[in-house]
Design a protein around this ligand. Structure first.
Ligand code: AMP
Ligand code: ZN
Length: 495
Protein backbone atom coordinates (compact mmCIF):
# COMPACT_ATOMS: atom_id res chain seq x y z
CA UNK A 1 0.00 0.00 0.00
CA UNK A 2 1.08 3.49 -0.70
CA UNK A 3 0.99 6.52 1.52
CA UNK A 4 3.51 9.19 0.66
CA UNK A 5 3.67 11.97 3.29
CA UNK A 6 1.95 15.09 1.97
CA UNK A 7 4.56 17.81 1.43
CA UNK A 8 3.42 21.35 0.71
CA UNK A 9 5.38 24.53 0.03
CA UNK A 10 4.89 27.08 2.79
CA UNK A 11 5.36 30.62 1.44
CA UNK A 12 5.96 31.89 4.98
CA UNK A 13 8.99 29.68 5.65
CA UNK A 14 9.85 29.28 1.94
CA UNK A 15 10.19 25.55 2.58
CA UNK A 16 8.38 22.34 1.77
CA UNK A 17 6.76 21.03 4.93
CA UNK A 18 5.05 17.77 5.77
CA UNK A 19 1.38 18.50 6.42
CA UNK A 20 0.54 17.93 10.10
CA UNK A 21 -3.04 18.94 10.91
CA UNK A 22 -3.86 21.24 13.80
CA UNK A 23 -6.86 19.04 14.65
CA UNK A 24 -6.22 15.31 14.17
CA UNK A 25 -7.97 13.93 11.10
CA UNK A 26 -9.14 17.36 9.94
CA UNK A 27 -7.96 19.94 7.43
CA UNK A 28 -9.20 23.53 7.65
CA UNK A 29 -8.48 25.74 4.67
CA UNK A 30 -9.21 29.40 3.93
CA UNK A 31 -8.98 30.75 0.39
CA UNK A 32 -9.21 34.44 -0.41
CA UNK A 33 -12.25 34.78 -2.61
CA UNK A 34 -13.30 37.17 -5.32
CA UNK A 35 -14.24 40.80 -5.11
CA UNK A 36 -17.66 40.59 -6.71
CA UNK A 37 -17.71 43.85 -8.65
CA UNK A 38 -17.22 42.25 -12.05
CA UNK A 39 -16.92 38.87 -13.77
CA UNK A 40 -13.96 36.72 -12.79
CA UNK A 41 -11.33 36.20 -15.47
CA UNK A 42 -9.84 32.78 -16.07
CA UNK A 43 -6.68 33.84 -14.20
CA UNK A 44 -8.80 34.32 -11.08
CA UNK A 45 -10.35 30.91 -11.71
CA UNK A 46 -6.86 29.34 -11.70
CA UNK A 47 -6.65 30.34 -8.03
CA UNK A 48 -9.84 28.39 -7.24
CA UNK A 49 -8.89 25.36 -9.34
CA UNK A 50 -5.65 25.25 -7.35
CA UNK A 51 -7.44 25.62 -4.00
CA UNK A 52 -9.96 22.94 -5.01
CA UNK A 53 -7.20 20.54 -6.04
CA UNK A 54 -5.53 21.16 -2.68
CA UNK A 55 -8.81 20.41 -0.89
CA UNK A 56 -9.35 17.25 -2.91
CA UNK A 57 -5.78 16.14 -2.17
CA UNK A 58 -6.37 16.58 1.55
CA UNK A 59 -9.48 14.41 1.19
CA UNK A 60 -7.49 11.79 -0.77
CA UNK A 61 -5.14 11.72 2.20
CA UNK A 62 -8.10 10.99 4.44
CA UNK A 63 -8.67 14.36 6.12
CA UNK A 64 -12.13 15.72 6.79
CA UNK A 65 -12.08 19.01 4.93
CA UNK A 66 -13.59 22.35 5.94
CA UNK A 67 -12.95 24.87 3.20
CA UNK A 68 -13.95 28.53 3.19
CA UNK A 69 -13.78 30.82 0.14
CA UNK A 70 -14.99 34.27 1.18
CA UNK A 71 -16.91 36.72 -0.94
CA UNK A 72 -15.55 40.29 -0.79
CA UNK A 73 -18.61 42.46 -1.27
CA UNK A 74 -17.28 45.56 0.46
CA UNK A 75 -13.99 47.24 1.30
CA UNK A 76 -11.64 46.33 -1.55
CA UNK A 77 -10.20 49.50 -3.05
CA UNK A 78 -9.03 49.90 -6.61
CA UNK A 79 -5.47 49.56 -5.29
CA UNK A 80 -4.55 46.81 -2.81
CA UNK A 81 -2.60 49.39 -0.77
CA UNK A 82 -5.40 51.60 0.52
CA UNK A 83 -5.63 53.85 -2.50
CA UNK A 84 -8.55 54.75 -4.71
CA UNK A 85 -12.25 54.02 -4.51
CA UNK A 86 -14.17 50.99 -3.29
CA UNK A 87 -14.45 48.63 -6.27
CA UNK A 88 -18.09 47.78 -5.47
CA UNK A 89 -19.27 51.36 -5.19
CA UNK A 90 -17.46 52.40 -8.34
CA UNK A 91 -19.04 49.62 -10.41
CA UNK A 92 -22.47 50.33 -8.91
CA UNK A 93 -22.20 53.97 -9.97
CA UNK A 94 -21.02 52.96 -13.43
CA UNK A 95 -23.85 50.44 -13.98
CA UNK A 96 -26.52 52.49 -12.26
CA UNK A 97 -27.38 49.63 -9.87
CA UNK A 98 -27.11 49.25 -6.12
CA UNK A 99 -23.85 47.89 -4.75
CA UNK A 100 -25.88 45.06 -3.17
CA UNK A 101 -27.35 44.05 -6.53
CA UNK A 102 -23.94 44.15 -8.16
CA UNK A 103 -22.56 41.89 -5.43
CA UNK A 104 -25.36 39.30 -5.73
CA UNK A 105 -25.15 39.21 -9.52
CA UNK A 106 -21.39 38.65 -9.70
CA UNK A 107 -21.39 36.20 -6.79
CA UNK A 108 -23.90 34.04 -8.65
CA UNK A 109 -21.86 34.24 -11.83
CA UNK A 110 -18.72 33.26 -9.88
CA UNK A 111 -20.47 30.27 -8.31
CA UNK A 112 -21.74 29.14 -11.70
CA UNK A 113 -18.17 29.24 -13.03
CA UNK A 114 -16.96 27.21 -10.06
CA UNK A 115 -19.59 24.57 -10.82
CA UNK A 116 -18.59 24.48 -14.48
CA UNK A 117 -15.00 23.84 -13.40
CA UNK A 118 -16.23 21.01 -11.14
CA UNK A 119 -14.98 22.82 -8.04
CA UNK A 120 -16.45 21.12 -4.98
CA UNK A 121 -18.97 23.18 -2.97
CA UNK A 122 -17.40 25.25 -0.25
CA UNK A 123 -18.53 27.77 2.36
CA UNK A 124 -18.91 31.26 0.87
CA UNK A 125 -19.30 33.81 3.69
CA UNK A 126 -19.91 37.39 2.60
CA UNK A 127 -17.89 40.20 4.15
CA UNK A 128 -21.01 42.31 4.68
CA UNK A 129 -22.36 39.60 7.00
CA UNK A 130 -19.35 39.98 9.31
CA UNK A 131 -19.17 43.73 9.80
CA UNK A 132 -20.19 43.54 13.49
CA UNK A 133 -17.46 40.97 14.08
CA UNK A 134 -14.99 43.23 12.28
CA UNK A 135 -15.88 46.15 14.51
CA UNK A 136 -15.40 43.96 17.60
CA UNK A 137 -12.03 42.83 16.27
CA UNK A 138 -11.03 46.45 15.59
CA UNK A 139 -12.01 47.41 19.15
CA UNK A 140 -9.91 44.61 20.59
CA UNK A 141 -6.72 45.69 18.80
CA UNK A 142 -7.25 49.48 18.55
CA UNK A 143 -5.50 50.52 21.78
CA UNK A 144 -2.28 48.67 21.28
CA UNK A 145 -1.94 48.54 17.52
CA UNK A 146 -3.92 51.29 15.83
CA UNK A 147 -4.22 55.06 15.54
CA UNK A 148 -6.93 57.29 14.19
CA UNK A 149 -6.60 59.76 11.35
CA UNK A 150 -9.22 61.96 9.72
CA UNK A 151 -9.80 59.22 7.13
CA UNK A 152 -10.16 56.29 9.53
CA UNK A 153 -8.49 53.81 11.85
CA UNK A 154 -5.04 52.63 10.79
CA UNK A 155 -2.93 49.67 11.80
CA UNK A 156 0.62 50.51 12.88
CA UNK A 157 2.75 47.73 11.38
CA UNK A 158 5.65 48.50 13.73
CA UNK A 159 3.61 47.12 16.65
CA UNK A 160 3.98 43.47 15.59
CA UNK A 161 7.10 41.40 15.14
CA UNK A 162 8.35 40.38 11.70
CA UNK A 163 5.92 42.49 9.69
CA UNK A 164 6.19 41.63 6.01
CA UNK A 165 8.11 38.39 6.43
CA UNK A 166 5.75 36.65 4.00
CA UNK A 167 6.55 39.16 1.27
CA UNK A 168 10.27 39.26 2.04
CA UNK A 169 10.42 42.50 0.08
CA UNK A 170 9.39 45.17 2.51
CA UNK A 171 11.91 47.96 2.89
CA UNK A 172 11.87 50.91 5.23
CA UNK A 173 9.65 52.72 2.75
CA UNK A 174 7.21 49.90 2.25
CA UNK A 175 8.15 48.31 -1.04
CA UNK A 176 6.07 49.35 -4.00
CA UNK A 177 3.59 51.39 -2.00
CA UNK A 178 2.38 54.89 -2.62
CA UNK A 179 1.98 56.70 0.63
CA UNK A 180 -0.63 59.30 -0.03
CA UNK A 181 -2.59 59.08 3.22
CA UNK A 182 -1.39 62.04 5.27
CA UNK A 183 -0.24 61.22 8.75
CA UNK A 184 0.51 57.52 8.36
CA UNK A 185 3.24 56.52 10.79
CA UNK A 186 4.73 53.93 8.46
CA UNK A 187 4.28 53.70 4.73
CA UNK A 188 3.01 50.14 5.08
CA UNK A 189 0.30 51.02 7.64
CA UNK A 190 -3.16 50.16 6.37
CA UNK A 191 -6.79 50.94 7.10
CA UNK A 192 -8.76 48.84 9.55
CA UNK A 193 -11.74 51.14 9.12
CA UNK A 194 -12.33 53.86 6.55
CA UNK A 195 -14.57 56.76 7.47
CA UNK A 196 -16.99 58.01 4.89
CA UNK A 197 -15.67 61.49 3.98
CA UNK A 198 -17.72 64.35 5.45
CA UNK A 199 -20.61 65.32 3.23
CA UNK A 200 -20.62 61.98 1.35
CA UNK A 201 -22.81 58.91 1.74
CA UNK A 202 -21.78 55.44 0.78
CA UNK A 203 -24.26 52.76 -0.26
CA UNK A 204 -22.51 50.35 2.09
CA UNK A 205 -21.69 51.97 5.42
CA UNK A 206 -22.00 51.17 9.10
CA UNK A 207 -21.61 52.96 12.42
CA UNK A 208 -18.44 52.24 14.36
CA UNK A 209 -16.43 53.78 17.22
CA UNK A 210 -14.30 55.39 14.48
CA UNK A 211 -17.20 57.00 12.67
CA UNK A 212 -19.63 55.88 10.01
CA UNK A 213 -17.84 54.04 7.23
CA UNK A 214 -16.70 50.65 5.96
CA UNK A 215 -14.16 48.04 7.01
CA UNK A 216 -10.74 47.66 5.40
CA UNK A 217 -10.41 44.75 2.99
CA UNK A 218 -7.58 43.01 4.88
CA UNK A 219 -9.64 42.88 8.05
CA UNK A 220 -12.39 40.83 6.38
CA UNK A 221 -10.28 37.77 5.77
CA UNK A 222 -8.78 37.80 9.27
CA UNK A 223 -12.24 37.96 10.82
CA UNK A 224 -13.96 35.37 8.63
CA UNK A 225 -11.00 32.98 8.89
CA UNK A 226 -10.99 33.17 12.67
CA UNK A 227 -14.78 32.96 12.97
CA UNK A 228 -15.20 29.94 10.71
CA UNK A 229 -11.99 27.98 11.16
CA UNK A 230 -10.46 29.15 14.49
CA UNK A 231 -6.80 30.14 14.95
CA UNK A 232 -4.54 28.63 14.02
CA UNK A 233 -6.10 26.83 11.08
CA UNK A 234 -4.16 24.65 8.68
CA UNK A 235 -3.76 26.39 5.33
CA UNK A 236 -4.41 29.84 3.90
CA UNK A 237 -4.31 30.20 0.11
CA UNK A 238 -4.50 32.92 -2.50
CA UNK A 239 -2.89 34.16 -5.70
CA UNK A 240 0.76 35.17 -5.57
CA UNK A 241 -0.10 38.90 -5.63
CA UNK A 242 -1.61 38.46 -2.16
CA UNK A 243 1.79 37.39 -0.81
CA UNK A 244 2.96 40.97 -1.09
CA UNK A 245 0.35 43.15 0.66
CA UNK A 246 -2.96 41.50 1.54
CA UNK A 247 -1.59 38.49 3.39
CA UNK A 248 1.20 40.30 5.29
CA UNK A 249 -1.51 42.66 6.52
CA UNK A 250 -3.82 39.82 7.48
CA UNK A 251 -0.95 38.22 9.38
CA UNK A 252 -0.19 41.46 11.24
CA UNK A 253 -3.84 41.72 12.33
CA UNK A 254 -3.87 38.08 13.41
CA UNK A 255 -0.73 38.58 15.50
CA UNK A 256 -2.29 41.64 17.13
CA UNK A 257 -5.55 39.79 17.83
CA UNK A 258 -3.89 36.76 19.36
CA UNK A 259 -1.42 38.83 21.37
CA UNK A 260 1.37 36.68 20.06
CA UNK A 261 4.79 37.54 18.84
CA UNK A 262 7.13 36.61 16.03
CA UNK A 263 6.63 34.43 13.02
CA UNK A 264 9.40 31.93 13.70
CA UNK A 265 6.45 29.87 14.82
CA UNK A 266 4.18 30.10 11.74
CA UNK A 267 1.10 29.38 13.87
CA UNK A 268 1.33 32.94 15.20
CA UNK A 269 0.35 34.09 11.71
CA UNK A 270 -3.12 32.56 12.13
CA UNK A 271 -2.42 29.63 9.80
CA UNK A 272 0.31 27.00 9.78
CA UNK A 273 0.82 27.14 6.03
CA UNK A 274 0.43 29.92 3.48
CA UNK A 275 0.19 28.73 -0.11
CA UNK A 276 0.10 30.82 -3.27
CA UNK A 277 -0.67 29.97 -6.86
CA UNK A 278 1.29 31.68 -9.60
CA UNK A 279 -0.42 33.69 -12.31
CA UNK A 280 -2.02 32.75 -15.56
CA UNK A 281 -0.58 35.23 -18.05
CA UNK A 282 -1.61 36.24 -21.49
CA UNK A 283 0.50 38.34 -23.85
CA UNK A 284 -2.11 40.52 -25.48
CA UNK A 285 -3.57 41.94 -22.26
CA UNK A 286 -6.95 40.15 -22.52
CA UNK A 287 -6.63 39.12 -18.88
CA UNK A 288 -7.26 42.62 -17.72
CA UNK A 289 -10.83 43.35 -16.67
CA UNK A 290 -10.43 46.84 -18.04
CA UNK A 291 -9.97 45.52 -21.61
CA UNK A 292 -13.20 45.10 -23.61
CA UNK A 293 -13.43 41.34 -24.22
CA UNK A 294 -11.52 39.96 -21.27
CA UNK A 295 -10.88 36.27 -20.83
CA UNK A 296 -13.84 34.83 -18.95
CA UNK A 297 -14.81 31.19 -18.77
CA UNK A 298 -17.91 32.05 -20.79
CA UNK A 299 -15.72 33.34 -23.62
CA UNK A 300 -13.97 29.97 -23.76
CA UNK A 301 -17.34 28.21 -23.94
CA UNK A 302 -18.55 30.66 -26.61
CA UNK A 303 -15.56 29.68 -28.68
CA UNK A 304 -16.38 25.97 -28.33
CA UNK A 305 -14.09 24.88 -25.47
CA UNK A 306 -15.47 22.88 -22.58
CA UNK A 307 -14.67 24.49 -19.18
CA UNK A 308 -13.01 21.28 -17.98
CA UNK A 309 -10.46 21.61 -20.79
CA UNK A 310 -9.40 24.77 -18.95
CA UNK A 311 -9.23 22.87 -15.65
CA UNK A 312 -7.04 20.27 -17.37
CA UNK A 313 -4.85 23.04 -18.80
CA UNK A 314 -4.30 24.33 -15.25
CA UNK A 315 -3.49 20.86 -13.94
CA UNK A 316 -0.88 20.29 -16.64
CA UNK A 317 1.25 23.01 -15.04
CA UNK A 318 2.53 23.16 -11.48
CA UNK A 319 0.52 25.64 -9.45
CA UNK A 320 3.66 27.57 -8.48
CA UNK A 321 4.73 28.06 -12.10
CA UNK A 322 3.49 30.84 -14.27
CA UNK A 323 1.16 29.46 -16.93
CA UNK A 324 0.87 31.15 -20.27
CA UNK A 325 -2.57 31.06 -21.82
CA UNK A 326 -2.93 30.30 -25.51
CA UNK A 327 -5.83 29.04 -27.58
CA UNK A 328 -3.53 26.33 -29.00
CA UNK A 329 -2.71 25.19 -25.48
CA UNK A 330 -6.39 25.10 -24.60
CA UNK A 331 -7.13 23.17 -27.80
CA UNK A 332 -4.45 20.61 -26.91
CA UNK A 333 -5.97 20.23 -23.43
CA UNK A 334 -9.40 19.67 -24.99
CA UNK A 335 -8.00 16.93 -27.23
CA UNK A 336 -6.38 15.27 -24.24
CA UNK A 337 -9.63 15.46 -22.32
CA UNK A 338 -11.52 13.90 -25.25
CA UNK A 339 -9.02 11.06 -25.30
CA UNK A 340 -9.50 10.46 -21.59
CA UNK A 341 -13.29 10.53 -21.86
CA UNK A 342 -13.15 8.02 -24.74
CA UNK A 343 -10.91 5.72 -22.71
CA UNK A 344 -13.32 5.91 -19.78
CA UNK A 345 -16.25 5.23 -22.13
CA UNK A 346 -14.57 2.05 -23.35
CA UNK A 347 -13.78 1.06 -19.81
CA UNK A 348 -17.38 1.60 -18.69
CA UNK A 349 -18.58 -0.65 -21.53
CA UNK A 350 -16.55 -3.52 -20.01
CA UNK A 351 -18.12 -3.18 -16.57
CA UNK A 352 -21.03 -5.21 -15.24
CA UNK A 353 -24.30 -3.23 -15.02
CA UNK A 354 -23.99 -1.72 -11.54
CA UNK A 355 -20.35 -0.84 -12.07
CA UNK A 356 -21.28 1.59 -14.80
CA UNK A 357 -22.83 3.93 -12.31
CA UNK A 358 -20.21 6.63 -11.74
CA UNK A 359 -21.50 7.24 -8.22
CA UNK A 360 -20.86 3.59 -7.36
CA UNK A 361 -17.23 3.94 -8.42
CA UNK A 362 -16.72 7.10 -6.41
CA UNK A 363 -13.52 7.92 -4.58
CA UNK A 364 -13.78 4.67 -2.62
CA UNK A 365 -10.16 3.69 -2.83
CA UNK A 366 -9.58 0.92 -0.35
CA UNK A 367 -6.10 1.28 1.00
CA UNK A 368 -5.56 -2.38 1.86
CA UNK A 369 -6.53 -3.71 -1.58
CA UNK A 370 -4.18 -5.69 -3.74
CA UNK A 371 -3.84 -3.55 -6.84
CA UNK A 372 -1.64 -6.05 -8.69
CA UNK A 373 -0.32 -4.58 -11.92
CA UNK A 374 -1.94 -1.23 -11.10
CA UNK A 375 0.03 -0.79 -7.88
CA UNK A 376 3.00 1.09 -9.44
CA UNK A 377 0.54 3.53 -11.04
CA UNK A 378 -1.16 4.12 -7.72
CA UNK A 379 2.25 4.67 -6.10
CA UNK A 380 3.25 7.10 -8.84
CA UNK A 381 0.03 9.06 -8.50
CA UNK A 382 0.19 9.23 -4.73
CA UNK A 383 3.85 10.26 -4.71
CA UNK A 384 3.21 12.97 -7.32
CA UNK A 385 0.20 14.52 -5.65
CA UNK A 386 1.94 14.35 -2.25
CA UNK A 387 4.92 16.20 -3.74
CA UNK A 388 3.45 19.70 -3.39
CA UNK A 389 0.58 18.80 -5.77
CA UNK A 390 2.52 17.70 -8.82
CA UNK A 391 -0.63 17.34 -10.89
CA UNK A 392 1.26 17.17 -14.20
CA UNK A 393 2.85 13.87 -13.18
CA UNK A 394 -0.34 12.67 -11.45
CA UNK A 395 -2.13 13.07 -14.78
CA UNK A 396 0.36 10.76 -16.47
CA UNK A 397 -0.32 8.14 -13.79
CA UNK A 398 -4.02 8.36 -14.65
CA UNK A 399 -3.12 8.01 -18.35
CA UNK A 400 -1.15 4.87 -17.44
CA UNK A 401 -4.15 3.39 -15.64
CA UNK A 402 -6.50 4.12 -18.53
CA UNK A 403 -4.03 2.49 -20.95
CA UNK A 404 -3.35 -0.57 -18.76
CA UNK A 405 -4.05 -3.89 -20.48
CA UNK A 406 -5.11 -7.24 -19.04
CA UNK A 407 -6.30 -5.87 -15.71
CA UNK A 408 -9.63 -6.31 -13.99
CA UNK A 409 -11.89 -3.59 -15.49
CA UNK A 410 -13.65 -2.96 -12.19
CA UNK A 411 -10.36 -2.39 -10.41
CA UNK A 412 -9.15 -0.23 -13.24
CA UNK A 413 -12.32 1.86 -13.18
CA UNK A 414 -12.23 2.13 -9.39
CA UNK A 415 -8.66 3.39 -9.44
CA UNK A 416 -9.26 5.82 -12.32
CA UNK A 417 -12.31 7.22 -10.53
CA UNK A 418 -10.36 7.60 -7.30
CA UNK A 419 -7.59 9.47 -9.11
CA UNK A 420 -10.16 11.66 -10.80
CA UNK A 421 -11.63 12.49 -7.40
CA UNK A 422 -8.39 14.43 -6.86
CA UNK A 423 -8.03 15.89 -10.34
CA UNK A 424 -11.71 16.80 -10.64
CA UNK A 425 -12.10 16.22 -14.39
CA UNK A 426 -15.47 14.49 -13.92
CA UNK A 427 -14.38 11.80 -16.36
CA UNK A 428 -17.05 9.28 -15.35
CA UNK A 429 -19.93 11.68 -16.00
CA UNK A 430 -18.68 13.57 -19.06
CA UNK A 431 -19.73 12.26 -22.43
CA UNK A 432 -18.19 12.82 -25.83
CA UNK A 433 -21.26 14.84 -26.76
CA UNK A 434 -20.70 17.18 -23.77
CA UNK A 435 -17.27 18.00 -25.11
CA UNK A 436 -18.51 18.99 -28.55
CA UNK A 437 -19.63 22.57 -27.99
CA UNK A 438 -20.84 24.60 -30.92
CA UNK A 439 -19.17 28.02 -30.91
CA UNK A 440 -21.58 30.88 -30.48
CA UNK A 441 -20.46 32.49 -33.74
CA UNK A 442 -21.17 29.34 -35.80
CA UNK A 443 -24.01 29.79 -38.29
CA UNK A 444 -24.81 26.10 -38.75
CA UNK A 445 -26.69 23.90 -36.28
CA UNK A 446 -25.56 20.49 -35.13
CA UNK A 447 -28.59 18.86 -36.78
CA UNK A 448 -27.64 20.44 -40.10
CA UNK A 449 -24.08 19.19 -39.74
CA UNK A 450 -25.29 15.67 -38.95
CA UNK A 451 -27.68 15.71 -41.93
CA UNK A 452 -24.91 16.87 -44.29
CA UNK A 453 -22.55 14.21 -42.97
CA UNK A 454 -25.22 11.52 -43.49
CA UNK A 455 -25.67 12.68 -47.10
CA UNK A 456 -21.93 12.61 -47.59
CA UNK A 457 -21.72 9.06 -46.25
CA UNK A 458 -24.38 7.97 -48.79
CA UNK A 459 -22.50 9.69 -51.62
CA UNK A 460 -19.26 7.96 -50.63
CA UNK A 461 -21.01 4.58 -50.37
CA UNK A 462 -22.28 5.14 -53.93
CA UNK A 463 -18.69 6.12 -54.90
CA UNK A 464 -19.97 9.58 -55.92
CA UNK A 465 -16.81 11.33 -54.76
CA UNK A 466 -17.63 14.58 -56.49
CA UNK A 467 -20.84 14.91 -54.44
CA UNK A 468 -19.01 13.88 -51.31
CA UNK A 469 -16.31 16.51 -51.89
CA UNK A 470 -18.92 19.16 -52.63
CA UNK A 471 -20.64 18.50 -49.31
CA UNK A 472 -17.27 18.68 -47.57
CA UNK A 473 -16.57 22.05 -49.23
CA UNK A 474 -20.00 23.42 -48.32
CA UNK A 475 -19.38 22.49 -44.69
CA UNK A 476 -15.90 24.03 -44.81
CA UNK A 477 -17.42 27.26 -46.11
CA UNK A 478 -19.58 27.32 -42.96
CA UNK A 479 -16.60 26.77 -40.71
CA UNK A 480 -16.99 23.00 -40.20
CA UNK A 481 -13.95 20.79 -40.81
CA UNK A 482 -14.84 17.19 -41.65
CA UNK A 483 -12.40 14.87 -39.88
CA UNK A 484 -12.08 11.67 -41.92
CA UNK A 485 -10.22 8.92 -40.10
CA UNK A 486 -9.78 10.92 -36.88
CA UNK A 487 -8.12 8.52 -34.41
CA UNK A 488 -10.48 9.70 -31.68
CA UNK A 489 -13.52 9.06 -33.82
CA UNK A 490 -14.60 12.71 -34.07
CA UNK A 491 -16.46 13.34 -37.29
CA UNK A 492 -16.14 17.11 -37.39
CA UNK A 493 -14.84 20.13 -35.61
CA UNK A 494 -15.45 23.81 -36.00
CA UNK A 495 -12.51 25.51 -37.63
P1 AMP B 1 -9.55 39.33 -6.82
O1 AMP B 1 -11.00 39.13 -7.16
O2 AMP B 1 -8.88 40.37 -7.63
O3 AMP B 1 -9.33 39.54 -5.34
O4 AMP B 1 -8.78 37.99 -7.21
C1 AMP B 1 -9.25 36.71 -6.87
C2 AMP B 1 -8.10 35.71 -6.82
O5 AMP B 1 -7.50 35.54 -8.12
C3 AMP B 1 -6.96 36.13 -5.90
O6 AMP B 1 -6.52 34.98 -5.18
C4 AMP B 1 -5.89 36.60 -6.84
O7 AMP B 1 -4.62 36.49 -6.27
C5 AMP B 1 -6.08 35.64 -8.00
N1 AMP B 1 -5.58 36.11 -9.30
C6 AMP B 1 -5.73 37.33 -9.86
N2 AMP B 1 -5.21 37.38 -11.10
C7 AMP B 1 -4.71 36.13 -11.36
C8 AMP B 1 -4.04 35.52 -12.49
N3 AMP B 1 -3.80 36.19 -13.62
N4 AMP B 1 -3.67 34.23 -12.38
C9 AMP B 1 -3.92 33.53 -11.25
N5 AMP B 1 -4.54 34.03 -10.16
C10 AMP B 1 -4.94 35.33 -10.20
ZN1 ZN C 1 -8.21 37.65 1.69
Amino acid sequence: MTDAPLKLFNSLTRRHEVFAPVHPGEARVYTCGPTVYNYQHIGNMRAYVFADTLGRTLQWKGYKLTHVVNITDVGHLTSDADEGEDKMERMAAREGKSAWDIARFYQEDFEADLARLNVQPKQHPRATEYVEAMIDWGKSIADKHCYELESGLYFDVSTVADYGRLARAVTEDGEGRIDSVDGKRNAADFAIWRKTPAGETRQMEWDSPWGRGAPGWHLECSVMGEALLGFPFDIHTGGIDHREIHHPNEIAQNQAFCCTNGLDDPRNSGAKLWMHNNFLVERSGKMSKSSGEFLRLQLLVDKGYHPLAYRLMCLQAHYRSELEFSWEGLGAALTRLKRMVMAVDMLKACLPGAGRDPEALGPGLRRGDDWGKLQPMLDKFDAAIADDLNTAVALTALDDVLAAKKVDPEQKAGLAAAMDSVLGLDLFNLTRADLRIRPKAATITEAEIDAALARRKEARAAKDFAASDAIRDELAAQGVDVMDGDPLGWEWKLG
